[in-house]
Design a protein around this ligand. Structure first.
Ligand code: NI
Length: 187
């Protein structure tokens, strides 16, 4: 178990399309060790989530969620602690009975690879995500709001996308200490 260094925006390793974890990689010592390091690293930085590319590992693996409120995102609902491998995201219509197009919503985001900054970022309001945990057991969830946002943000790291690439209104992009002085600075 170890806290790993988090790459910062500008590092080309954050811009790669990550490789899928092969079938033989599930429930392996190497994958369990990687997941353990990612959870330690996320906890140390008070992250809402962390993607393997952020520690320089070129694999489709993200961790997110916590059992306690996250001090970097006060007032947001809890997201269950999750290890998600080889994910697939499908945008859904706004409610279970709706037949219309998927809708977007905008909210503030930050990123451990973009320290000290926040922006308003559009994301799908409601998604289905599928994939596997580190043991190879399938995950299939339909979620909305903050949970959906966290999943989309973390999985974006697997496609080489950082949240500033999603920002449309740069008048709502700034320093956390100015926008949200009540949020403790990221260690
Ligand atoms: Ni991020």
């Amino acid at each position: 178990m170890a806290v790993r260094d988090i790459l910062k925006m500008g590092d080309p390793r954050l811009l790669r399309t990550a490789q899928p974890v092969p079938q033989s990689g599930f429930d392996s010592d190497a994958l369990h060790l990687l997941v353990s390091d990612m959870l330690d690293t996320m906890a140390c930085a008070n992250g809402a989530g962390l993607a393997a590319p952020q520690i320089g590992v070129d694999l489709q693996l993200v961790v997110f969620g916590s059992r306690e409120a996250n001090p970097r995102y006060p007032g947001r609902p809890l997201v269950p602690p999750t290890v998600l491998v080889n994910p697939l995201i499908t945008p859904l219509a706004a409610d279970a009975n709706a037949t219309g197009e998927p809708t977007e919503e905008t909210d503030w985001e930050g990123c451990l690879s973009v320290p000290g900054l926040r922006a308003m970022v559009p994301r799908w309001s409601r998604i289905r995500y599928t994939g596997f945990d580190q043991f190879g057991d399938p995950i299939d969830r339909t979620v909305e709001g903050f949970h959906a946002r966290v999943v989309q943000h973390e999985c974006d790291h697997l496609w080489g996308k950082l949240y500033p690439m999603r920002v449309r209104d740069f008048s709502q992009f700034g320093y956390t200490e100015v926008l949200f002085p009540e949020i403790a600075p990221c260690k």
